[in-house]
Design a protein around this ligand. Structure first.
Ligand code: DC
Length: 222
């Protein structure tokens, strides 16, 4: 059996990272790590406790008193907060914005860093997020940066929420996505950016399968 690789996929919200990473991991029989879910999980608890998302001491306390664990369920790492699987609760727009907000704080990023690194330590992982190639796995075997035009990303996110029967206004997705792009790209610590050694893939005119094929072809020829 060949070496078990670490593959990172970074990019903005709505670029298609999750779907592509999940399929790629399945094809390669690798673990799929959705790191956004970790930030979402902490944000969900902060919202539930009505903690101010800008209060660093409250967030520090939240981090030290919250147990965040990843469990491998059928090849996908699911997040458990204080013993509970929170997957069903963390996909709302409110949690998206809150996750983006708290992820600007170093105490939050540090809490989640080791957990991510430990999960990828043995290789055999497709890790998806904002700083996978730049900070969490700087020595990854393959790094990809998945991007798409803002309009296309808004359309995808809108459709995804409608498919889940979440009622939402197109304009509010647009507003949230612009705010999230800005916050994720301009924060001081581990901002979203394409690592210098990443392959950038523009997914505007590609199907999900098209993006996966492109990544696989790159992995096989390098
Ligand atoms: O990928 P996502 O939409 O589930 O991520 C939610 C937020 O979490 C995102 O807007 C910023 C933060 N995040 C991060 O800062 N670093 C990561 N590696 C993943 C997500």
């Amino acid at each position: 059996m060949g070496k078990k690789l670490i593959i990172t996929i970074d990019g903005p919200a709505g670029a298609g990272k999750s779907t592509v990473s999940r399929i790629l991991a399945k094809n390669m029989n690798y673990i799929y790590l959705d790191t956004g879910a970790l930030y979402r999980a902490l944000a969900y608890k902060a919202l539930k406790l009505k903690i101010s998302l800008e209060d660093v001491s409250a967030l520090t306390n939240l981090c030290s008193t919250t147990d965040v664990v990843l469990k491998n369920i059928d090849g996908q790492m699911k997040v458990f907060v204080d013993g509970k699987n929170v997957e069903e609760k963390i996909r709302t727009e409110e949690v998206s914005m809150a996750a983006s907000k708290i992820s600007t704080f170093i105490v939050v990023r540090e809490k989640l860093l080791n957990l991510q690194r430990e999960t990828g330590a043995q290789g055999g992982i497709v890790a998806e997020g904002r700083d996978m190639g730049s900070v969490v796995f700087p020595h990854a075997d393959y790094k990809f940066y998945l991007d798409a035009q803002l309009d296309e990303r808004i359309k995808r996110r809108y459709k995804e929420l409608l498919d889940k029967c979440v009622s939402v206004e197109y304009q509010s997705i647009q507003k949230d996505m612009l705010a999230r792009d800005k916050q994720d790209k301009q924060r001081e610590i581990a901002p979203l950016k394409a690592p210098d050694d990443a392959v950038t893939i523009d997914s505007d005119n590609l199907t999900v399968e098209g993006v996966v094929d492109k990544i696989i072809s790159y992995i096989s020829i390098k």
